[in-house]
Design a protein around this ligand. Structure first.
Ligand code: FES
Length: 319
């Protein structure tokens, strides 16, 4: 499995929204990063045991920096709290990726971007790309209030400068202006592509409304999975060594690989980040992740080993 990591320095930190830090990461002088793609995310290795995924929110094509927006999660298990309270300018961070499972399609059709809270970050990057490509778009952004809205200043500036798109903001305080996903989708021009990122409730609404539209026009990204992990009871074969490992009933492939002391890349362990993706050479996976699209799952040539299992009795993996 290809594993790309960089050590980047924390060039600047600024607040945009009362509890959102924008952290700009730069490579060593004279070196460059893979170009920013709209919708891409990176793994931030915060400590030996904590890795989190953050979408890039800077202008697509940039190679001299990555910018991530980090909202302080009141229920933080250590990730966002460390990035808010421990990391400071001048520190270094190890980064994995970037990976993109939320790509902005190159289509002439109108794009509708629907975001909530910190889920705005990949959509901002998409809006910047659409604007640069002179393609029409609309952005619908729901947040608690102007003070708390992540990236509100940047979004407001974009709203004033945009020539090909428009921004609609919905706040729940002080007076609730609820964002209605069904209405946004119904009012969109025919053939629009819809992109959604945000809290689970918003994503669930989006999934429910998407049933009325072609699945290849509805795109979303989840960073916290409601995961139904596949059960064991099958054998994996590691193609590079021929080693066979039986996956026990309550085990995932990732658990088994870790038990074998194999160096496996993973981050969320919840089927939402894509970092544990492995090529499947033989056999049929039982896909349980929120990363691969339906058509990618149907190809059965790759799988997320943290949560997916096997329908066949045997899976041969490119490991
Ligand atoms: S570790 Fe994130 S999808 Fe498997």
């Amino acid at each position: 499995m290809e594993k790309i990591t960089f050590t980047l320095s924390v060039h600047s930190i600024r607040y945009e929204g009362a509890s959102t830090r924008l952290i700009e990461l730069r490579p060593p002088a004279g070196t460059y990063l893979p170009p920013v793609e709209a919708g891409a995310h990176i793994d931030v290795h915060i400590s030996p045991t904590i890795t989190r995924q953050y979408s890039l929110c800077n202008t697509p094509g940039e190679t001299h920096r990555y910018i991530i927006g980090v909202a302080l999660d009141p229920c933080s298990r250590g990730g966002s709290r460390a990035l808010h309270e421990v990391i400071k300018e001048g520190d270094t961070l190890n980064i994995g990726g970037p990976r993109n499972h939320f790509e902005l399609l190159q289509s002439e059709d109108h794009s509708v971007l629907i975001g909530g809270g910190i889920g705005i970050t990949p959509l901002l990057s998409m809006a910047l790309q659409l604007e640069a490509q002179q393609r029409t778009w609309s952005l619908h952004y729901a947040a608690k209030s102007a003070d708390l809205a992540p990236l509100f200043h940047t979004i407001s500036t974009l709203a004033k400068q945009a020539r090909y798109g428009q921004v609609n903001v919905y706040f729940s305080q002080p007076v609730s202006q609820r964002m209605q996903v069904s209405k946004i989708m119904a009012d969109a021009p025919k053939g629009s592509h819809f992109y959604c990122c945000g809290p689970l409730k918003l994503l669930d609404d989006f999934d429910a409304c998407s049933e009325d539209y072609p699945s290849n026009h509805c795109h979303s990204e989840r960073f916290s999975g409601d995961l139904d992990v596949a059960k064991g009871g099958y054998t994996i074969v590691l193609a590079r060594t021929g080693k066979e490992i039986y996956i026990k009933e309550e085990q995932t492939i990732l658990d088994a690989l870790k038990a074998e002391k194999m160096n496996v890349t993973y981050a969320c362990a919840e089927g939402v980040c894509g970092s544990c993706e492995v090529k499947v050479l033989e056999g049929t996976p039982d896909h349980r992740d929120d990363v691969l699209s339906e058509s990618e799952k149907a190809r059965n040539d790759t799988m997320m080993v943290c949560c997916s299992g096997a329908i066949s009795k045997r899976l041969v993996l490119d490991l």
